[in-house]
Design a protein around this ligand. Structure first.
Ligand code: FAD
Length: 458
C-alpha cells in the first residue's frame, strides 16, 4: 500500500495528503453515522488526474470514496473500508454555458449556490436545492432534490449527461446535449443516485430554467397538522403549479423561531412559493388561498420582496441546525421517507403519533408537495437507549412508507445508514443492483459497503 500512496504523492504533490488532520476532516458525517478516517485525501483538478488516481488505486486494490461537500446524511462519503478519499473541491469550473440550449457543463465540485451566482446575469437558474450548499457531483451521486422538486424535478431530471471515470480508470461519457435520446441503456440515470459506488463523476451537463418573471412566497399557519397536510394534498391534486410547498410541524416552527429570531405562531405551517408571470402568480396565490382557507388556515404572511423571501427560505434551509439547537448537546438521527400524495396524511399522522409515544423530541418537516417528509430525531449521543429508540422509530417510518406504497428515502439516499431496509423495498431487484456493481467494479473498490448488498452475498 505504501507504493500506492507514494504513486499518489508523485502524481499530485501537495494535493495528496496523509496528514491526520486532513484524514480526520474527511471522517465526519453530518449525523450520527460514523466510520474511521480514510488513509489519504486527494484533491484532483482534472479528469485526467481522476483517471490516474483510479488507475493507481485499481492496481493496488485501494478503495476510493468520492467527497463533495460532505453533507450527505447516511454516512455516504465515509471510508468504511479504508482507502482514499477523492475530494472534488478543486474541480469547480463552469466548462461551458449554452444559454441558447438552456444547459451548462460543470465540474463536479462546484456548489449549487456558486453555480446560481454565476448564472444570475444570464436570466437562467439551476433549481435543485438540498438545504445544504452541496456540490453538483455529490447531488448527482445522491439523486438529491429539495424544496423546488415539486415544480422542477430532482437531479434525475436535471442531469442530461455525465463524464465519469470507472474503477479501472476508463473515462466514459453518458447522455448528450440533446433534450432526449433513445440510444441504448440510460447510463446517466444509472450513475445519478449511485452514491459513488460505480464511478467518479468528473463533469455534469445540467438542464437550466428561465428565472421566473414574478415570484411570490408566503407562510400560513393551520390549527392542526391534518389541516395543513390535507391542504397540500388538495393543492397538488388540483394541479396548481406550486414552485415550493413545505411543511413544518409545531416543534419545527418553534425551533426555527428560536434560531432565526422569527415569531411565527406556535402551530403547523406551510411555506409556499409561486413562480410565473405576474398574473399567473396572482391567480395561483388566489386559488391556493381558497384551498388553504377551506382547511382552516390562520391567514398568510407574504414575502414579496427578494430580501424577505431570501430570509424565509434561509430559515427553512436552516431548519436542521435549528432543530439540533432545540435540544442542547443532542445529535440527530435524520430520516426521510416519501409516499404517494394520496397517502401523505396517514403517513405524517402515524409518524407524529409514533414519535410522541416514544418520548423523543422529533420535529417533522419536509417537501410535502412530492410526498416527502423528514423526522429529525434528537438524541443524547451518550444514551444507547435513546439511540435504539430513534433507530426503531426510523425503521417503523421506513416500514410505514413501504406499506403505503412509498419508498424508504425520497432524497437522502442509502449510504450505510439505510442498507438494512433495501431488501424490503427492492426484493430481488437489490441483487440485480449488486450484479450491476460487480460488472462495473468487480474488485469492489468504489465506495465499498454502501448501497448494494455486501460483495460476499451472491
Ligand atoms: C442541513 C441539511 C439539509 C439537507 N437537505 C437536503 C434536501 O433537502 N434534499 C436532499 O436531497 N438532501 C439534503 N441533504 C443531504 C445532502 O445535502 C445531499 O445528500 C447532497 O446531495 C450531498 O452532496 P455533497 O456535495 O455534500 O456530497 P457528499 O456528502 O460529499 O457525498 C455524497 C455521496 O456522493 C458521493 N460523491 C461525491 N462527489 C462525487 C463525485 N464527483 N462522483 C461520484 N460520487 C461522488 C460520495 O462518495 C457520497 O457517496 C441535507 C443535508 C443537510 C446537512
Amino acid at each position: 500500500m505504501n507504493d500506492a500512496h507514494s504513486e499518489l504523492s508523485a502524481l499530485l504533490g501537495p494535493r495528496y495528503s496523509r496528514s491526520a488532520a486532513e484524514c480526520d476532516a474527511h471522517a465526519h458525517s453530518e449525523t450520527h453515522v460514523c466510520a474511521g478516517p480514510p488513509e489519504g485525501v486527494a484533491w484532483p483538478e482534472t479528469t485526467g488526474e481522476v483517471a490516474a488516481i483510479l488507475r493507481i488505486c485499481h492496481a493496488h486494490r485501494l478503495p476510493v470514496v468520492g467527497w463533495g461537500a460532505g453533507t450527505s446524511l447516511e454516512g455516504h462519503a465515509l471510508a468504511l473500508h479504508g482507502g482514499i478519499c477523492v475530494d472534488f473541491t478543486r474541480m469547480t469550473r463552469i466548462v461551458e454555458l449554452r444559454p441558447e440550449d438552456m444547459l451548462v457543463r460543470v465540474q463536479p465540485g462546484i456548489t449549487r449556490e456558486d453555480l446560481n451566482r454565476e448564472l444570475r446575469a444570464t436570466g437562467l437558474f439551476f433549481p435543485v436545492d438540498p438545504g445544504a450548499n452541496a456540490t453538483l457531483g455529490g447531488m448527482a451521486a445522491t439523486r438529491a432534490s429539495g424544496t423546488t422538486a415539486v415544480r422542477y424535478g430532482t437531479m434525475r431530471q436535471a442531469v442530461l449527461g455525465l463524464e465519469a471515470v470507472l474503477a479501472d480508470g476508463t473515462v466514459i461519457r453518458t447522455g448528450s446535449a440533446a433534450p432526449k435520446s433513445s440510444a441504448g441503456y440510460d447510463l446517466t440515470a444509472l450513475l445519478v443516485g449511485s452514491e459513488g459506488t460505480l464511478a467518479l463523476i468528473t463533469e455534469l451537463t445540467l438542464r437550466l430554467h428561465g428565472q421566473p418573471e414574478a415570484v411570490s412566497a408566503a407562510v400560513c399557519g393551520f390549527a392542526d397538522m391534518s389541516g395543513a397536510v390535507d391542504c397540500v394534498i388538495e393543492t397538488i391534486q388540483s394541479g396548481i403549479p406550486m414552485a415550493r410547498i413545505e411543511f413544518l410541524d409545531t416543534a419545527a416552527v418553534a425551533a426555527c423561531n428560536a434560531h432565526a429570531r422569527q415569531d411565527l405562531p406556535a402551530m403547523p405551517h406551510l411555506m409556499v412559493e409561486f413562480h410565473g408571470s405576474a398574473a399567473g402568480v396572482a391567480e395561483q396565490a388566489q386559488r391556493f388561498g381558497e384551498i388553504a382557507a377551506s382547511h382552516g388556515s390562520a391567514g398568510f404572511r407574504w414575502a414579496e420582496k427578494t430580501e424577505d423571501r431570501n430570509a424565509l427560505w434561509k430559515m427553512r434551509h436552516n431548519a436542521y441546525p435549528a432543530c439540533l439547537a432545540a435540544r442542547s448537546g443532542a445529535t440527530a438521527i435524520v430520516t426521510d421517507v416519501c409516499v404517494p400524495i394520496s397517502r401523505l396524511a396517514e403517513a405524517v399522522e402515524e409518524t407524529r403519533a409514533d414519535i410522541k409515544a416514544s418520548g423523543l423530541p422529533g420535529p417533522i418537516l419536509g417537501h410535502v408537495g412530492d410526498g416527502n417528509f423528514h423526522a429529525i430525531l434528537l438524541i443524547d449521543p451518550a444514551s444507547a437507549d435513546e439511540r435504539a429508540t430513534a433507530k426503531a422509530l426510523a425503521a417503523r417510518m421506513a416500514d410505514r412508507a413501504l406499506r403505503l406504497g412509498g419508498t424508504i428515502t425520497g432524497e437522502h439516499g442509502i449510504g450505510m445508514g439505510k442498507l438494512d431496509y433495501m431488501p424490503a423495498e427492492h426484493g430481488p431487484a437489490w441483487a440485480a443492483m449488486g450484479a450491476v456493481k460487480r460488472a462495473l467494479d468487480p474488485l469492489n473498490l468504489m465506495n465499498p459497503g454502501k448501497l448494494v448488498p455486501p460483495h460476499d452475498q451472491g
